[in-house]
Design a protein around this ligand. Sequence first.
Ligand code: ADP
Ligand code: MG
Length: 790
Amino acid sequence: MKQNNSQTPSNENLRVVIRVRPPMAREIRDGKFISTVQVAPDNLQLCIFDYHAIELVPDEDLEQYVSNPSNYTLHQFTFDYVYDQDSTQEQVYNTTAALSVDSTLQGYNSTIIAYGQTGTGKTYTMHGFSFNPNSDQLGIIPRSLHNIFNHIQMKSNSSTTFMVRASYLQIYNENISDLLRDSASLNIREDKKRGVFVENLSEWAVRGPAEIYQLMRKGNAKRVTASTRMNDTSSRSHAVFIITVEQIEEKPEGKSARVGKLNLVDLAGSERVRVTGATGQRLEESKKINQSLSALGNVIAALTENRGSKPHIPYRDSKITRLLEDSLGGNCKTTFMAMISPAIDAFGESLSTLKFANRAKTIKNTPIVNQDGDQGALLRKYQLEIQKLKQELDERTKQPLENLVNELEKEKQKALEDKQEAQSAYEQRSKDLFKETELRKQLEEKISALNSQMLVGGQKIEETPQFQSALEKQQRLIRQQYQEKLTELEKERQCIEEDKAQTDKYKQLLLKQRDIMIALTNRLNDRDETILQLQEELDVYEKLQKENEDQFHSQQVRQEQFEELLLEHKIDIPMALQNQKQFNKEKVIDIQNDLQIQKLEQIPVQTLHTNQQVQSDALISYELKNQVEINKQISFDLKLTKTELEKRKNEIEQLIKISNSEQNDLILNARKSVDKILEQLTSQTNELGLANVAKELNQLQKMLKQGLQPSKSHIKGQNSFSKSTSDSPNKIILINKQNDQMAKSTGQLVKLMQQKPQSKQNQSPVLSSKLKQKQKSVEDLWSQSSNVQF
Ligand code: ADP
Ligand code: MG
């Protein structure tokens, strides 16, 4: 067994761990896998089996061959930690990466370098190929950031302000490019304050875990990868993810700032180191990878070989070694993670990787906390010096006192002077530091005002109590203003609502008014129609009356002609004809009595008697007496009728006044007709005429009842109308009153007219039969006279 530097490493500033990845599907043959690596249960030691000429052994004999110790040489290594193939991402993080993250949080520079052959799990260990925060596949980069944010969260309410920034770069073909921003090739610079850094590399403030994945996705998409024999997405470049954690702590004695940097390096496949004479299109690429990894080997060799006090370290031979200058033998806590495959095929590469890792163990780093105002360290330095001087003094006191007193005094004096000098130097330095702290303070305040990406103990600036109280005050003010505005608006709304209600009321009233106007118009139209009808009927009546008169007149004329003819021919008027004439006269008188009331009234009864003396017939005299009585009654009735009609005439006149100008003509006509009726009534000569007038008036009453009587709805409308308006309803009431009066008076008149013939009959049945007889005898006379031969 070959032991390789097997003592347990004790250098906490440079740790070397190994991770063995599980076999891949293509490495398992017939469900069997022969591993060349064995990890000790303490996870500190590892053995790798170097099987002799195993490639010549047939598959079926392999199992037996590998179990025979004479067929292999065993190489044993000891590291800070060895992860076997069953190790989880979480274990790797907790036992190795977490230490680096802690160092970063303390203000150290820390670096984790993943080294190994392509396909051994460098990228898997660093990234984990997952962007899900809950995945157990998450690699060191996301877990580190989660851890940092957890730490900040735990320090919430403390006086420490944090700022987390991330950068991501790759070195491909010896060109540095920014993986988080499009950029040209970047250069490496160095200054006293910042040390080695990449100029113009973008830094992205990360405010929470969610932003980690965004950056990783962005960077990985840009990373140049290409397919190789061993790994489909093998990295052809070195990738460096840089997390910077800045923290400023406020202490009673002032502010102190710390800056920790965590470099997470995923190197390109190390197998290229050993590939010589590579051909094909990847030759140039491989050469560059070779060069840089060779340079890394050389730097490590230079760092670990003891070549005098100040050996030359060839950092500048490649970009990666230049960039990792601090991490390799400088101000950094570095962890080497060497990945190996357990497959027999990869034995050569695995052994080479293990040897490389083993050599790196001896690198000596001297990390210091990157902080400003490190007055404690300076004081400690002076204290050490005084202690040294005191020791020297003690040694000299052992010499003869007298010789030494002066010397001692001198030494003491010198020491005091030195001390004073140191004191003043210290004071000067303090002043400078104070100035610089002040300057820094101002800058910080500026930054904090501008940059909300800063976190205070897990809180964003806007979550600090001062900010919160100011915000609340502002919110209170705005809320109050808002409330006032709201009340104002509510008042306005109420006013508008009241206005609206008022308007609605007016609208309702106007609608009602409109309905009433319509109803009124309809009724006026109806009345106009009725008046027209009435007029027409009066015209017809007039015509009929005229015909009657004409007929009666011609009858008289013919009778007179007949009498004259008889006289001419000296023919005695036959008795029957004389009687007939007498009857006719009586009839005329009768009719005149019936109708010419006023005249009959003025004739004294005596005169009537003398006139009637010719007719000494007692019966006739009695009848005449009776007739005078009847005439008186008729005269009285007609008087009543006349007054009623006069009333009605007045009413119609009133109606005409009320009606609008368009209807005036019609109403005038109606009035004329009514006048005519009156006229006819006063000059009526027969019963038939009176009956006709009665009929006319009956119809008129009916019409007035039907057409002019206000309907119920009209009355309703009228009531509501009269409530709401002050003008129109009075008119309606007046019209209705007039209608009622008209109907009433007409009704009375008609009644009287209808009663007349009856009362005549009742009072004088004899006269009535007499009249009928007379009528009959006239008719007979006519028929006789027409038969007379001249
Ligand atoms: P490298 O970056 O070193 O070239 P990768 O990280 O790409 O290699 O890993 C190569 C393959 O091996 C990937 O598919 C990866 O998922 C797988 N792999 C590597 N290490 C492990 C591991 N420890 N557990 C499970 N799978 C792994
Ligand atoms: Mg990779």
